[in-house]
Design a protein around this ligand. Structure first.
Ligand code: NAD
Length: 354
């Protein structure tokens, strides 16, 4: 039986994960897929229960399952605890342990939501970008790092490193992704300032030579941020480092109306992956039953396509989401004139359209 580890996490994580699990159960009922969904705690919830945000049993479950579905982690009540026990550390830990080096974040605008974007509808309608972010290297992991007192003054330091092989493997993911889309890759770096970026650019060009049908361009990160809000439809696949990708993909998320709409996939070399909404645990709306579950439900669609190679089921989930929006249903974050529906009402609608 295929197994999906469900790690609901903190805040609205459990609320949105619950709807995604209902969708998986509906798929089981319709397609006889037999997905099992064992659950384990992660993040602040796991710290409260077991004294660690990523308990060994949770990591073992994630390793033994075919895919992982994560809600979100974090919250103000865990901000004061030791850095290595903070919920967000569990995210870095699981990515590293499962070797999830490639983060795919689509920024696609459902036409029904063009009005919900902060940009003009004509700038964003038809938007379909895929941001490929390197996830296990760069400044978030580089050593040395720390806080020290030197010459009587406190200082903080982090280190940005990329090896050639790290750049090469994320480059291949980007070019292979582009082959299935509009066959354009834009590599984003800061090669005018950073030596690491010089190497990044050189290796991207070298990987690109293996994909002659894909057009490769380069852009500095500062310009890429500007272009993303000026004319976002110019992009097809964007490939970039961990830090730049973190920032760019959050900016891209706003183009689509709400961070509550955006799924993501983090993949290893063999297509095993962890799937999660781009948003965090939203403590400001926790427990109110108003969180948008669609990013998590769309993460299930990405999982069906990338890990389980079930593109028809993936498409049926995406269509069910589109039809639910078409029927006028909106959670508070994407409502313009409509009366907002609840998290579970949105889940009900998607399931009824499946
Ligand atoms: P956030 O994404 O949790 O929330 C930002 C804003 O978007 C909030 O106003 C929130 O209410 C809203 N929002 C987010 N998801 C929504 C949804 N599904 N439906 C409706 N509205 C939604 O970001 P934040 O406030 O910066 O962070 C809150 C906590 O989440 C922090 O502890 C942070 O570290 C953590 N975080 C976790 C992850 C993750 O688990 N992958 C990612 C980002 C932030």
């Amino acid at each position: 039986m295929p197994k999906i580890a469900i790690l609901p996490g903190d805040g609205i994580g459990p609320e949105v994960a619950e709807q995604a699990v209902r969708v998986i159960e509906a798929i089981n009922a319709k397609h006889n897929t037999g997905f099992e969904c064992p659950t384990a705690p992660m993040g602040g919830t796991a710290y409260d229960l077991h004294g660690h945000p990523l308990p060994p049993a949770t990591l073992a479950l994630a390793q033994e399952c075919d895919a992982v579905l994560l809600g979100a982690v974090g919250g103000p009540q865990w901000e004061a605890i030791k850095r290595e026990h903070r919920p967000e550390r569990a995210l870095l830990g699981i990515r590293k342990a499962l070797n999830l080096f490639a983060n795919l974040r689509p920024a696609t605008l459902f036409p029904q939501l063009a009005e919900a974007s902060t940009l003009k509808p004509e700038v964003v309608s038809g938007l379909d970008i895929m941001i490929v972010r390197e996830l296990t290297g760069g400044i978030y992991f580089g050593q040395p790092r720390g806080l020290e007192t030197r010459d009587g003054e406190r200082m903080g330091f982090n280190t940005l490193t990329y090896t050639e092989s790290e750049i090469r493997r994320i480059g291949h993911v980007a070019f292979r992704t582009a082959l299935l889309r509009d066959k354009r890759v834009c590599s984003v770096d800061k090669a005018n300032v950073l030596e690491v970026s010089e190497l990044w650019r050189e290796i991207m060009i070298s990987v690109g030579e293996e994909y002659p049908e894909v057009e490769l361009s380069h852009m500095y990160i500062d310009n890429a941020c500007m272009q993303l809000v000026r004319a976002p439809k110019q992009f097809d696949v964007v490939v970039t480092t961990n830090l730049f990708g973190d920032i760019l993909s959050d900016a891209a998320s706003m183009l689509t109306g709400s961070i509550g709409m955006l799924p993501s996939a983090s993949l290893d070399q063999n297509g095993k992956g962890m799937y999660e909404p781009v948003h965090g645990s939203a403590p400001d709306i926790q427990g109110q039953g108003i969180a948008n579950p669609l990013a998590t439900i769309l993460s299930v669609a990405m999982m069906m396509r990338s890990t389980f190679k079930l593109p028809e089921i993936a498409a049926s989930i995406e269509n069910a989401v589109a039809e639910s929006l078409e029927s006028g249903l909106r959670t508070a974050d994407i409502a313009t004139s409509q009366t907002p529906c609840s998290t579970s009402e949105m889940g009900d609608a998607v399931i009824s359209k499946l």
